[in-house]
Design a protein around this ligand. Structure first.
Ligand SMILES: [Zn+2]
Length: 196
């Protein structure tokens, strides 16, 4: 990905069909939202570029957040919540809680809540299906989750709508990974919220 605008946060090309488009990495002040490539309908969770202070829409069209992050729910339903995978994650979570907290910059809170996570490439393109994960701890700067599959990409969209916490979905950048028994703990920092 070689930005042509000189802006290192710019995403100028669809990594799937190579079409030109205008997106950028979001930030706390420029939140992410769902977009679709006009060439191949690949989904992105990113921020639009700005020209003269207004969103510059080129090569993309708005996407539907619920279609993207909850795409398998209508087929699988809530049965996925009672699966072996979540039982296994719960067991790993209990092991972690027994081990106790390590030192961190921000105060953090252990809570096992089911979230949905969606892997994204470095240019914030959606790859693969959303999967279940459990929160391990949440701080003001980031979150750690337990997931059953090995992490393969550096960004995740995290959806909290299954929990009682009224938190907006967030874009997470992966900072570290460690294996906990058969699962993986993925800790990351918040990049921005995701507007739905
Ligand atoms: Zn495309």
């Amino acid at each position: 990905m070689t930005p042509t605008t000189g802006d290192t946060s710019a995403i100028e090309q669809c990594g799937s069909c190579q079409a030109r488009l205008a997106l950028r990495l979001p930030s706390l002040r420029a939140p992410a939202s769902p977009w679709l490539c006009r060439g191949c309908s690949a989904a992105f969770i990113a921020a639009p570029q700005l020209r003269d202070g207004r969103p510059f829409i080129a090569g993309i069209r708005p996407g539907c957040y619920y279609d993207i992050i909850q795409s398998d729910r209508r087929h699988v339903g809530e049965s996925i919540a009672t699966g072996d995978e979540l039982a296994q994650l719960n067991e790993c979570f209990n092991t972690l809680v027994r081990e106790g907290p390590d030192s961190r910059q921000h105060p953090r809170y252990s809570l096992a809540k089911r979230v949905r996570a969606l892997p994204l490439t470095d240019d914030l393109r959606v790859v693969g299906q959303p999967f279940n994960a459990l929160t391990v701890n949440v701080s003001t700067g980031g979150i750690a989750i337990l997931q059953a599959c090995a992490p393969s990409h550096s960004y995740l969209a995290i959806d909290f709508s299954d929990t009682a916490a009224m938190l907006p979905p967030v874009l997470l950048k992966q900072l570290r990974v460690r294996s906990i028994g058969p699962a993986y703990e993925v800790a990351g920092e918040f990049v921005s919220r995701i507007e739905t």
